[in-house]
Design a protein. Structure first.
Length: 269
């Protein structure tokens, strides 16, 4: 599906790190099972000039030979076009994970299910209820409320947060956990805490929307400090994080900050 090249010797010395490039940087063995690959399909920031950005978020997550589609953007046609340009075929992907019920994360779901009727769907409660009421709930669906292991390296934080019903995806790697968020409405700190306290997975990388638009700089710095104290070393804040908040997080995390955007491929070793 993707071109790849070897990781340079200097980068190998960095150990646990999140590395990003337009083409994925693979491990010393050239085995895709040695690294987590997150490909951003849909985002309101642009990385690959051949892919169109738009408000919303979606990505493909791959680890240890397993694949999972995370969210599905705001415009179904654009989502499909970006998927085709990235040479991602939903018919061959076994799992769909939707973070929350907002339309900028769910538009491509009907097309995905049409292309892959047997796909296993993990939905938060409000979205599953919405589809069931409309008579469009996919047959192979599971509603997720509590934090749990989905299968293999994939876990959910559950959507039962006090202030918003949204689940985050946690991928357990050999070096710890990667948290992927759609909008992060419950708060990145709360979602990382859920992963660590209820799933027992120490999160070292956070990727996705963090819903911090128009928040004061002091608050953003406090969030950055809290995440660092919890063990988060790398961050890719995108989608609804907000330009100002992204700039503050970039400064706070320095070289460990990762820019998002459509077509960006993030490698976590």
């Amino acid at each position: 599906m993707y071109k790849h090249f070897r990781l340079a010797g200097l980068l190998l010395l960095l150990g646990l790190t999140a590395i990003y490039a337009q083409e994925p940087v693979m491990s010393e063995t050239d085995s895709r099972e040695d690294a987590l690959l997150v490909t951003i399909i849909y985002d309101n920031y642009q990385f690959d000039p051949d892919l169109k950005p738009d408000w919303g978020f979606a990505c493909l997550v791959e680890y240890q030979g397993k694949q999972l589609l995370f969210d599905a953007g705001r415009d179904a046609t654009l989502y499909q076009q970006n998927m085709e340009k990235l040479q991602i075929d939903p018919a061959g992907i076994p799992t769909l994970f939707i973070s929350h019920a907002h339309g900028d994360h769910t538009a491509g779901v009907p097309w995905i299910v049409q292309e892959n009727p047997g796909i296993k769907c993990y939905f938060p409660g409000p979205y599953a209820e919405q589809l069931e009421a409309a008579g469009t709930l996919p047959k192979n669906s599971q509603t997720v409320k509590d934090a749990l292991q989905l299968y293999g390296p994939f876990y959910s934080t559950g959507d039962d947060f006090a202030n918003f019903r949204e689940q985050g995806l946690v991928v357990k790697t050999e070096n710890g956990g990667v948290l992927i968020t759609g909008c992060g409405h419950p708060g990145a700190v709360a979602m990382v805490a859920r992963a660590q306290n209820e799933l027992g997975i120490k999160v070292h990388t956070v990727i996705g929307g963090l819903h911090l638009m128009q928040r004061p700089g002091e608050e953003i710095n406090q969030i950055a400090d809290q995440l660092k104290k919890m063990g988060v070393k790398h961050i890719c804040p995108t989608h609804c994080t907000g330009d100002g908040s992204i700039a503050i997080l970039k400064e706070a995390f320095g070289e460990e900050y990762i820019a998002g955007g459509t077509g960006k491929q993030i490698i976590v070793n």
